[in-house]
Design a protein around this ligand. Structure first.
Ligand code: AMP
Ligand code: MG
Length: 451
């Protein structure tokens, strides 16, 4: 597979409110997506404060690295709006900005339609470096600017998205020399849960070379490891190569890969339940209903989800799910027998074909935790009806992280356990975070016993 020539863009966002973290830069992701649709790759995004020298430096540096530089912000009428001046410093050093009479007339007219006289301060918005052209803003007073530094085309737009977006589409794009439309940039992703990022990368091997087209990168978000694939080239070929690459990744990540693009783990597990004509019930302690929420987030989950229990106290575990008090006294509420009893009771009481149960210690940290049950210890049980019999699989995890993270990982690991079972995978497919005893004869906490 070969690389295709692409136009490279850099994005520069300007504003103290952005560098101070008071506002989030939403312009850059929006512009990058617009450019990607037009076969232009964004290679760098930078944010600088309302500082003339910093803006000038960024413009000079980025224009060396990209064929197209899109700047947003700093075009207002106040003293902290310094983009025009900084562009002048770089594009026309030693020369004063010039007043654009046409733009001044437009701004004056805009104020008149609003029933106001133009404040003197707004004259500043009609100034521009002499080598740049003004572009109109039909939704505000700040015009944009378009010009060139060396081979780099430069577009400067106001910061407010409501003004910037139509200007970008209607005023800026038509004035730019863009790459031929025959080249497209297509993107897709494959997701997996349960294999570490490095193992996932290792399985992809040379597919991850940075010069490859389609280009493959790996990101992790809330334990979901995703391969992000970007194919560049003529449409038919890019479409074919993207599909081939996505399929290859799915194959290499078996059985952990569960879907592409916006597919969730709960969706793909739900689809397997539906296909098998099986139903699900849940029993959750530390996750407090999180697993049920993930399942029910999927439209149409009523086809296979019977419902669940969320017994948090020991008393409710016993009264609702008939967990023998002796189990809790002897082994603790967070234990293999209790997880097993919860799942088996949920299976029996709901009449479902599969039942997932979760019990664990989510935090915050406490001093009185026994050494064999550190923070993050979670037991997940899957009770299943198969043919005329039933069996229960219990796995023991130690999830790193805070209360929220432990609970999120536990709910997702439970779904992946069920998914593996529905795919007839062996019970011991390794899962990240699973507790593996160093003792060669560990106590029977990691149990695959069948009943
Ligand atoms: P400006 O006067 O052109 O510097 O832009 C001012 C306003 O536009 C800011 O107060 C923000 O509300 C908005 N804005 C500026 N830059 C951005 C950005 N990168 N992303 C989202 N909003 C922005
Ligand atoms: Mg500003």
């Amino acid at each position: 597979m070969s690389g295709a020539p692409t136009m490279r863009a850099a994005l520069l966002s300007i504003g103290d409110e952005l560098t101070l973290g008071q506002n989030i830069d939403t312009n850059s992701p929006w512009i990058a997506a617009q450019l990607a649709e037009r076969s232009i790759i964004t290679v760098e995004q930078r944010t600088v404060a309302d500082d003339r020298a910093a803006i000038a430096t960024a413009v000079a540096e980025l224009s060396l690295r990209a064929d197209l530089l899109i700047i947003t912000g700093g075009l207002g009428p106040t003293e902290d709006d310094l983009t025009r001046e900084a562009l002048g410093d770089v594009l026309t050093p030693g020369q004063a900005l010039i007043l654009d009479d046409e733009v001044l007339r437009q701004i004056t007219a805009l104020f008149r339609t609003r029933g106001r006289d133009m404040p003197q301060m707004n004259c500043k918005q009609a100034m521009r470096p002499c080598t740049m052209k003004a572009i109109r803003n039909f939704n505000g007073t700040a015009p944009g600017l378009i010009g060139r530094l060396g081979v780099c085309q430069i577009v400067s737009l106001p910061g407010p998205p409501r003004e910037m977006q139509p200007m970008f589409i209607e005023q800026a794009l038509p004035h730019l020399a863009l790459p031929p439309v025959k080249d497209v940039v297509l993107a897709g992703s494959v997701h997996q849960l349960g294999m570490g990022e490095s193992d996932a990368a290792q399985r992809l091997g040379v597919m991850m070379h940075r010069s490859r087209n389609p280009l493959v990168g790996i990101t992790v978000s809330d334990a979901i490891v995703s391969a992000r694939v970007r194919a560049t080239g003529v449409y038919d070929r890019a479409t074919r190569e993207l599909e081939e690459t996505l399929a290859e990744i799915e194959q290499r990540w078996q059985p952990y890969s569960f879907g592409r693009d916006i597919t969730t783990l709960a969706q793909s597990t739900g689809a397997l339940l539906r296909r098998a004509g099986r139903t699900l019930a849940t029993a959750e302690s530390c996750t407090g209903g999180w697993l049920g929420k993930l399942v029910v987030d999927v439209p149409g989950s009523s086809d296979y989800h019977r419902g669940g229990w969320v017994p948090y106290s020991n008393a409710m575990k016993s009264s609702q799910l008939k967990v023998p008090a002796s189990f809790i006294e002897r082994c603790g509420a967070v234990s293999e027998p209790v997880a097993r009893a919860m799942a088996e009771s949920a299976l029996a009481q709901s009449g479902a074909d599969d039942a997932l149960a979760i019990t664990g210690i989510a935090g915050p940290p406490r001093d009185d935790l026994p050494s064999e049950k550190p923070l993050g210890t979670v037991f997940i049980a899957l009770a299943r009806k198969r043919g005329g019999s039933a069996y229960t699989l219990v796995r023991h995890f130690i999830f790193p992280g805070d209360r929220l993270t432990v609970r999120d990982r536990a709910a997702k690991a439970a779904l992946q356990m069920l998914r593996f079972a529905l795919l007839d995978q062996p019970d011991d497919v390794p899962l990240l975070w699973e507790f593996v005893a160093l003792d060669p004869n560990p106590p029977a906490i990691r149990s695959h016993a069948r009943t």
